[in-house]
Design a protein around this ligand. Structure first.
Ligand SMILES: Cc1ncc(COP(=O)(O)O)c(C=O)c1O
Length: 445
């Protein structure tokens, strides 16, 4: 099939995510022929730097020989089976590794197949835990008003409300929301230089008033992705963890985007040295080679479900592809590569170069703030630096920059006024220099 047939058949048959399909008349999807390292190739041999890691998944680069070997090896022995009544070495091996590398209290692993389902699992487990232990009133959740946890109904309910999910609002679960620790637009008007974490008061008063109704609080540790690449201090997360303990509310850390080295530590929760009740994982778990989700929890939670069958405490949740053996083998290989290739050390190098680039870009009139953590670098564009007035949605600034990025051989996919880099952790210094030179040209608006 040549590239023209491919695109016309695509538009005849496929409905793409987050896409107004009518826009594809002027801007059809780009047919990709392949990918290697940090580059995506089209049918004419042009490349695009994958600066957003193919939706925040890619860790070790595309087409990594070790990843391909591990997947092929597993494929030739057991490609898929049910995970009820059966088990297999890739699932057990991966669970051992996950329990080993996550915070000490997390001892049990429940598999699913994407980020949203890993969140749904944590929410349902927390909810049922309180039922199983005789605490009937805890039927609600608490979250941040700019959080993002996925697109299933439960995950949407605990996410911030915006253009993407507003239409579904009537379907949402009962969720309390508190203002996000968005330092550039501080919810309590504190100065960043002498911040006293005044934003934690909202969490404390909410929990003080409603903890007997709240099963769990969910939070993206340190980096709130889709809500605007907001980076907040570890002390805030530590404070939230302490409040959840104090008020007997579970803490769910959603590491779907931040897990597997993206922020410079294996998991962003490590910056705050906390002991969450649940951790949700996906995306980087297989470096994006295959879909997999995992929800980790504690012995205490697990024990509340462990009972004689007639007590009706079973966790009745599952997915057909739960613990798919090939996906688990890919995840083991992904974790192995962190050690073999010194991946976390490379994230430090990436961050150092990102900072230099962001400092240069901070001079531009339209840049309100730059921020970075690990392999994630952010430019928040504003109309007016003094008032921090954002560009309006109708200006479609993100789309303009997306198009300019493509012309420069960069896959940038801004979130409105937020231009960000979510780089594969294998990006080399030479590639970084090239990416930043191209980005500087794309950002000259
Ligand atoms: C923090 C976080 N949680 C959950 C999800 C949902 O993951 P998925 O798109 O795999 O359902 C995302 C996706 O971007 C995310 O960033």
């Amino acid at each position: 099939m040549d590239k023209h047939d491919l695109v016309s058949k695509d538009l005849m048959l496929n409905w793409h995510p987050y896409t107004q399909m009518k826009d594809c008349v002027d801007m059809p999807p780009i047919p990709l022929a392949g990918a290697k390292g940090v580059k995506l190739y089209d049918y004419d041999g042009n490349f695009y730097y994958d600066t957003i890691s193919s939706w925040w998944c890619n860790v070790h680069g595309h087409g990594h020989p070790a990843m391909i070997r591990a997947i092929k090896k597993q494929l030739s022995s057991l490609e898929h089976t049910l995970f009820a009544g059966f088990t297999h070495a890739p699932a057990v091996g991966l669970s051992e590794r996950l329990v080993d590398i996550t915070p000490a209290g997390l001892k049990k692993v429940f598999y699913s197949d994407n980020g949203s389902t890993s969140v749904e699992v944590a929410m349902k487990m927390s909810f049922q835990y309180w039922k199983n232990t005789g605490c009937k009133g805890k039927n609600k959740f608490l979250s941040l008003d700019r959080g993002y946890h996925g697109d299933t109904i439960g995950a949407m309910s605990v996410s911030g409300i915006g253009p993407f999910n507003k239409v579904f609002e009537q379907l949402f679960l009962d969720v309390y929301k508190i203002p996000s620790p968005y330092c550039y637009r501080c919810p309590v008007s504190e100065d960043k230089a002498d911040c006293s974490l005044g934003c934690l008061h909202a969490a404390e008063s909410m929990l003080n008033e409603h903890s007997d109704e709240i099963a769990a609080m969910i939070i993206e540790p340190l980096l709130m992705g889709a809500g605007g690449m907001i980076i907040y201090p570890a002390e805030y997360l530590k404070g939230i963890a302490g409040l959840c303990r104090k008020y007997h509310v579970h803490l769910i850390v959603d590491e779907v985007a931040t897990g597997f080295g993206r922020t410079g530590k294996m998991f962003a929760s490590e910056y705050a040295a906390i002991d969450p009740d649940f951790m949700c994982l996906s995306k980087g778990i297989t470096s994006g080679y295959l879909p997999l989700g995992a929800t980790l929890t504690t012995e205490k939670i697990y024990d509340a479900f462990y009972a004689d069958y007639h007590e009706c405490k079973t966790f009745y949740h599952g997915h057909t592809y739960t613990a798919n053996p090939v996906a688990c083998a890919a995840a083991i290989s992904c974790i192995d590569l962190f050690e073999k290739e010194g991946t976390l050390r490379n994230v430090d190098r990436i961050n150092a170069k990102l900072k230099v680039f962001l400092n240069d870009m901070a001079e531009l009139d339209v840049v309100g703030e730059t921020r970075s953590i690990g392999a994630v670098g952010v430019l928040e564009l504003v109309k007016d630096r003094k008032t921090k007035e954002p560009f309006g949605i109708e200006e479609r600034l993100g789309l303009r920059i997306y198009k300019k990025g493509l012309r420069e051989g960069l896959l940038l996919r801004p979130l409105g006024n937020i231009i960000y880099f979510f780089l594969p952790l294998s990006t080399t210094p030479g590639e970084l220099d090239d990416i930043f030179a191209r980005a500087a040209r794309a950002l000259a608006i």
